[in-house]
Each structure stands twice: as structure tokens, then as C-alpha cells.
Design a protein around this ligand. Structure first.
Ligand SMILES: NC(=O)c1ccc[n+]([C@@H]2O[C@H](COP(=O)([O-])OP(=O)(O)OC[C@H]3O[C@@H](n4cnc5c(N)ncnc54)[C@H](OP(=O)(O)O)[C@@H]3O)[C@@H](O)[C@H]2O)c1
Length: 296
């Protein structure tokens, strides 16, 4: 029986890629929801049913989610230091339950439980709790840090020869956004029900010292890891022009790294998709141009 698969946030990087993978797989009836349906005209032309949905406006969600069998709930980017994102996600969970969705797949975060130093963790934990408190069947995809995020910090490190962070000797199981999309598309197309928590990671844990070495190998320029105290790291980022809350948010991932919370590498991506996830080295080699884009 053909299932109706729904992807929220379908104009974002992850959502757009998941819809593309579903189309390539001829996955049947696909619904893409977004705050900006006009951005998805290309998908509509290819047979995707595009519907408006805004988690800030729960009245839009019953109609948006009607008829979906399996729904990928993509966490929003409403990271503003308030509980707005929790409310958004609760609205989406309630609407999925009301609409009779059979299975919800949520893009969570590695180890989001209370005690995580990551400032975004409480949003993900609250959403996981909302799902646990619902009558829904679900899969939690606890995505580790996107490898793609390294393209924000490494070009500066390559330019200066110093990868500065407050991550101690800790490492991260970086996973590419592409692999997160492939994992999400696989779970959407499956018929599994029940309640499952999956850690979505890359193939290995990479320390900051190893990252510096890989960046150096890929670019041919010397890069060394310089470990600094947390407060100095935040101060340095603010001095470089980051707003204080953004600096604190980014450094909270380094604190989690230092205490080993993100040092998780699983086989889950390969098990779900049949293809191993991409390594940090291979990803960075494929993005060498971005790594050397900042003048030394
Ligand atoms: N693991 C990591 O390292 C990492 C890194 C960055 C982000 N993330 C998380 O993963 C999510 C997807 O990543 P991405 O790279 O695709 O981010 P992105 O391109 O910035 O997309 C943001 C997403 O938020 C959705 N959104 C924002 N406000 C919404 C609202 N009111 N109602 C419904 N949807 C709303 C957008 O949907 P529309 O615009 O289509 O409505 C879009 O899908 C992010 O939103 C964030 O929660 C994880």
C-alpha cells in the first residue's frame, strides 16, 4: 500500500534534500509543508503536494497534516533564547496526533537530556517529551553536529594557522547534512512503527587536534589546535563581532565536546540507508575551495 509521506520545513536545506531523495526514490504521494509555498513551485511541478504550514500558527496545521501517514518534523531554526521553539514543536506534535498521523520522525540532537551544556538541548528534550506524552508512534533522529558547520569555523583557522576552541581533548561524531537527509528519507519510507531513538552520526569521532590535522592535510597549510578556557573563547568571539548570545550558543557545543557528550559514532546511517556516512576528511577534501577562501 502506498503511504503518504509528509516533510515539514521543506524549503530549508534539510527538508528540500529529503523531498528530493523521496522524489528520486519514487516514494509515492509526497506532501511538503512550508511557511513559504512559493519557494516550492519547482517541487509542485514534479508532483509534490505543497501545503502552507507555520508552527507559530497552530490553526494552519490541521489542514496541512491531514491525510499524512508518516511525517518528518524538522526542528525549526527559531533559536531566540525564549521557549518559542518548544511551543512551535508542541503545536506540531499536537496537530500530528489530531490529524491521525501514524508515525512522526523528529530531528533531535545528541544527548539532549537535562544536564546537557548545549543551550539548544532543552528545546529538543521538551519536544522528545511531547512525543513521549502523546499517543503517537515515533522515531527520534538524534543528529550529531553537521560536518557542514565546520565550513563556518575552519576557513578562519586555515587562514590564521590556529584552530581556537574550548573543547579540550574531546571529539565529535560529525555527520553531514546529506547523511542526515538520507537517514530521514529512509525512515520516512520504511513501515516501522513503535518508538525508537536513533543516534545519527558520522563514521568516527574526530577531536579538535585531528580536525586541525585534517584541515592542514587537505589545504597544505599548517593548522594547530589551540585549547582555551570557555570564558576566553566567548570573549574572543564577541571581540570578533559575534553577538554574545550567539557566541555562548556556539561555545556551549564546545563545552559539550570537552565533556565527551558528542563523542558518539554509530552504524545507524549505514544500517538505515545501505551506504556508509561520509567521513570528515572526505567532506573537507570535497570542500577544499571553501577552506582556503579566507585570505591568510
Ligand atoms: N545538527 C546540526 O549541526 C544542526 C545544524 C543546524 C541546524 N540544525 C537543526 O536542523 C534543522 C534543519 O536544518 P537545516 O540545515 O535545513 O536548517 P535551515 O535551512 O535553516 O532550515 C530552517 C528550517 O526551519 C523551518 N522553520 C522555521 N520556522 C518555522 C515555523 N514557524 N514553522 C515551521 N517550520 C519552520 C524552516 O521551514 P520553512 O522555511 O520551509 O517553513 C526550515 O525547514 C534546523 O532548523 C535546526 O533545528 C541542526
Amino acid at each position: 500500500m502506498t503511504q503518504t509521506l509528509l516533510v515539514t520545513g521543506a524549503s530549508g536545506h534539510l527538508g528540500r534534500r529529503v523531498v528530493e531523495l523521496l522524489l528520486e526514490a519514487k516514494a509515492g504521494h509526497i506532501i511538503a509543508t512550508t511557511r513559504a509555498p512559493e519557494k516550492l513551485a519547482d517541487m509542485a511541478k514534479r508532483g509534490v503536494e505543497v501545503r502552507p504550514a507555520d508552527f507559530d500558527r497552530p490553526e494552519t496545521l490541521a489542514k496541512a497534516f491531514a491525510g499524512a501517514d508518516r511525517l518528518l518534523l524538522i526542528s525549526t531554526d527559531a533559536v531566540d533564547g525564549t521557549d518559542r521553539r518548544i511551543r512551535q514543536h508542541r503545536n506540531a506534535v499536537n496537530a500530528a496526533e489530531q490529524a491521525g498521523v501514524k508515525h512522526v520522525i523528529y530531528t533531535s540532537l545528541t544527548k539532549p537530556e537535562p544536564g546537557s551544556p548545549i543551550l539548544l538541548a532543552p528545546d529538543h528534550h521538551a519536544t522528545e517529551q511531547a512525543l513521549a506524552d502523546s499517543s503517537l508512534s515515533w522515531t527520534l533522529l538524534r543528529n550529531n553536529v553537521y560536518t557542514d558547520m565546520l565550513l563556518m569555523s575552519l576557513p578562519h583557522a586555515v587562514a590564521t594557522g590556529q584552530l581556537v576552541a574550548a573543547a579540550g581533548g574531546g571529539g565529535v561524531g560529525y555527520v553531514t547534512r546529506e547523511d542526515c537527509a538520507r537517514a530521514a528519507a529512509a525512515v520516512l519510507q520504511a513501515s516501522t512503527l513503535g518508538r525508537t531513538t536513533l543516534d545519527i552520526t558520522g563514521p568516527e569521532v574526530v577531536t579538535y587536534a585531528a580536525l586541525a590535522q585534517i584541515a592542514s592535510d587537505v589545504t597544505g597549510r599548517p593548522v594547530n589546535y589551540v585549547n582555551v578556557p570557555t570564558a576566553a573563547m566567548v570573549q574572543g568571539m564577541v571581540g570578533a563581532g559575534f553577538p554574545q548570545p550567539v557566541a555562548e550558543l556556539l561555545v556551549s557545543f564546545q563545552t559539550a565536546t570537552a565533556q565527551g557528550d558528542l563523542a558518539l559514532a554509530t552504524n545507524t546511517v549505514a544500517e538505515l540507508t545501505g551506504t556508509a556516512p561520509q567521513s570528515v576528511r572526505d567532506f573537507l577534501a570535497a570542500h577544499k575551495e571553501a577552506l582556503v577562501a579566507v585570505p591568510a
